[in-house]
Design a protein around this ligand. Structure first.
Ligand SMILES: [Zn+2]
Length: 232
């Protein structure tokens, strides 16, 4: 009942940040955030460290950098505080880095196009020279139901907080369309996941920067269609 009520009440317009996240545990798994939300922050840490060394940042340097990051550090502290197994923040940073790396290697993470990984030990990452670095404000957010966890509500939160934003609906590897945040194709921003389906069964790439979205499609080799109704 409380959930229904909270969804009828307009939520405050705040930008989604890792600071607002509340972490709890179901068994050994933290809930309250999706791994996709952490990727732009992890990418920023790698970018900073690789930039400092002008070469590869090692896995252990990245893990340490994540614990010291102004966004990821407090989030890791919340996870540690709630973790029934009391694993350390460096353990959790390593777990997140493993998600990032795994998604990068299967190409499901657009950051994979920005970084390259060493094949030799120790594993390290550096920026690809050809790709201009994204600033954090321009970073792309990805919402996708992944590993059974729904990101529908977080995508809806993003739409409400970014009503001038744009997103790409990725229908398949070669079929994607650019929409305005509030395009009616995705229903209203309070439409809940249910019998009608989930907005994030298909990957959504979101940004307030149109050019970054167009660049994302170019990097993926996708010819982006523009929605005829919302005319993004
Ligand atoms: Zn549209």
């Amino acid at each position: 009942m409380a959930r229904i009520h909270s969804n009828l009440t307009p939520r405050p317009k705040t930008k989604p940040t890792l600071q607002n996240i509340r972490i709890s545990f179901v068994g050994n798994d933290p809930i309250g955030f999706s791994q996709w939300e952490t990727f732009p922050f992890i990418a920023a840490v790698i970018e900073k460290l690789a930039g400092q060394t002008n070469g590869f940042a090692s896995d252990s340097e990245i893990v340490l950098g994540m614990t010291q990051d102004s966004a990821l550090g407090p989030m890791l502290a919340k996870i540690v505080a709630a973790d029934p197994k009391k694993r350390k923040n460096t353990d959790w940073a390593a777990i997140m880095m493993a998600w990032f790396s795994q998604k990068m290697s299967v190409g499901a993470n657009s950051h994979g196009k920005r970084f390259e990984r060493t094949d030799t030990q120790p594993v390290g990452y550096r920026l690809r020279e050809a790709v201009a670095p994204l600033t954090q404000t321009e970073a792309l957010l990805e919402f996708h139901n992944d590993g059974g966890e729904s990101t529908h509500d977080k995508f809806q939160d993003w739409r409400r907080a970014n009503d001038n934003g744009l997103f790409i609906n990725v229908k398949s590897e070669n079929n994607a369309m650019l929409h305005q945040s509030l395009c009616p194709h995705s229903g209203n921003t309070y439409f809940e996941e249910g019998a009608e389906g989930s907005l994030t069964n298909k990957l959504k790439i979101c940004s307030n920067n149109r050019e970054e979205l167009l660049n994302w499609a170019i990097r993926k080799g996708i010819t982006l269609k523009l929605c005829r109704d919302c005319k993004p």
